[in-house]
Design a protein around this ligand. Structure first.
Ligand SMILES: Nc1ncnc2c1ncn2[C@@H]1O[C@H](COP(=O)(O)OP(=O)(O)OP(=O)(O)O)[C@@H](O)[C@H]1O
Ligand SMILES: [Mg+2]
Length: 434
């Protein structure tokens, strides 16, 4: 469901046509023929967005818009005006309409606007639950996979660089899973090793000094829900063993208790580390890795899905403008600068950059409002920062050193490996002081 929409339109044919087309596009639609009916409808049936005609019998659409904005500031309004009525349009925007469209309009354009409006309203209603914004094919594919994964009970491992949205996806999975329990996040790095077991498995009264009361662990609390094990790659080895045992047996025993209890928990784990490598390095148990890595979601870094940047910028500009009660636009130069940037901190970095820019900008967000941590394409520039002969000499020196070390400084062997004669090698060693 894309969102809930109220249509106020007195012309019956247009009203029904609009309702039908929007329902086809996935919106839930209520339609009425006057502002008065619209007002009554809103009292019973809250919506995300209102689409209202200006010319209505009785109260005009503009007055209705003002009433909505006063009673339900979170609801966005789109106003439909006649082609010639520029003044109506101006007044509508002044009164807080999200947008106006003129008749005859393109239904796709309206549907796009509506998606944005509904998203914005939902965001305002629940500020802690952020929507997932994307435009790229890569993310569209990823989300459709995630939706399928969500319905199963198998563990999911989410990987991706810092700030790519792993936690957002984990919450999304929980919502899409239709599991009735809670979503419980556990940050594996922030729980001290000696507390981990009691935090996760709980304890009985008097199980250890300080256990004044019995306390269920986080696993028990996520019964029928989702346990989100964040930064799983940093979990110390002894705790990995305890977690593995739980995953195998699917039951817990509180510290100090004699009884075990079955729990039905969906595990979602996330890490920005290369888990395959930590397994190879002996820092992560292979058996635990295979238990967690049943379904894998890999979120690409933002610089590999640049189409998402513009979409996210728009989203964050709107979000922070609303927060600081500002009306801001963003200049094309500013957008271009962001599109070229590499975002080592991914979406989180983008969010912070826009947050700051919205705070300091007056009417328009401009390039000078951004402080970007690394100049774009830094590595490429660096590698050509020296003249070619110097670069070649440095490379030659490194290579000779490497080969000499490999051959324990046996010159004949080294020369052979390098494909030069011994005399040249002697000369080069002198030149480079090796
Ligand atoms: N597609 C998206 N749409 C909207 N907001 C997003 C999106 N992706 C990430 N964010 C926002 O970016 C910030 C970072 O996301 P999140 O905390 O999920 O990243 P993470 O991958 O868990 O990072 P870390 O590895 O540092 O823990 C959050 O504020 C999140 O709401
Ligand atoms: Mg995270």
């Amino acid at each position: 469901m894309k969102g809930k929409v109220l249509i106020v339109e007195d012309d019956q044919i247009q009203r029904e046509l609009l309702k039908e087309s929007l329902e086809e596009k996935g919106f839930k639609v209520i339609s009425v023929s006057s502002a008065e009916e619209g007002k009554n409808s809103l009292e019973e049936n809250p919506v995300d967005t209102v689409v209202t005609d200006v010319k209505l019998p009785g109260k005009s659409g503009i007055i209705f818009l003002k009433e909505i904005k006063e009673a339900y500031p979170e609801i966005e309004v789109i106003v439909i005006t006649a082609f010639s009525d520029v003044e109506d349009a101006v007044e509508a925007i002044k009164a807080g309409a999200f947008h106006y469209i003129t008749k005859p309009y393109d239904i796709d354009v309206l549907a796009n606007l509506l998606s944005k409006c509904c998203e914005l309203t939902q965001l305002k209603k629940s500020p802690s639950e952020k929507s997932f914004i994307f435009k790229s094919n890569a993310m569209e594919k990823l989300l459709s996979t995630v939706k399928i994964f969500a319905k199963s009970d198998a563990p999911i491992l989410i990987t991706g660089e810092s700030g790519t949205g792993k936690e957002v996806i984990a919450k999304y999975i929980h919502k899409a899973s239709e599991r009735t329990g809670k979503f419980i996040p556990v940050n594996c790095t922030s729980i001290p090793e000696n507390l981990f077991e009691s935090e996760l498995f709980g304890h009985e009264k008097g199980a250890f000094s300080g256990a004044i009361k019995a306390k269920p662990g986080l696993i028990e609390e996520s019964d029928n829900g989702t346990l989100f094990l964040d930064e799983i790659g940093d979990l110390p080895l002894p705790l990995q063993t305890k977690l593995l045992r739980f995953l195998q047996e699917k039951e817990i025993r509180r510290i100090g208790s004699l009884n075990t209890k079955k729990v039905d928990v969906r595990i979602v784990a996330a890490t920005n580390r290369d888990l395959e490598k930590t397994v190879k390095d002996g820092e992560f148990r292979e058996d635990l890795f295979y238990r967690l890595n049943v379904l894998r979601v890999e979120i690409p870094p933002l610089r590999e899905r640049k189409e998402d940047i513009v979409e996210l910028v728009g989203f964050f500009v709107r979000k922070f403008s609303t927060k600081y009660k500002k009306t801001l636009t963003i200049s094309n130069e500013a957008l271009k600068k962001l599109a070229e940037y590499s975002f080592p901190g991914n979406v989180r970095e983008l969010e912070n950059i826009i947050h700051r820019a919205v705070l300091i900008a007056k009417e328009t967000v401009k390039p000078e409002h951004f402080t970007l941590s690394t100049p774009e394409k830094k590595t490429e520039k660096e590698s050509f920062s020296k003249p070619l002969p110097q670069l070649m000499e440095e490379t030659e020196k490194e290579l000779i050193k490497e080969v000499l070390e490999k051959t324990n400084y046996v010159q004949t062997k080294a020369a052979k490996l390098l494909g030069i004669d011994e005399k040249s090698l002697r000369y080069k060693r002198k030149k480079y002081e090796i």
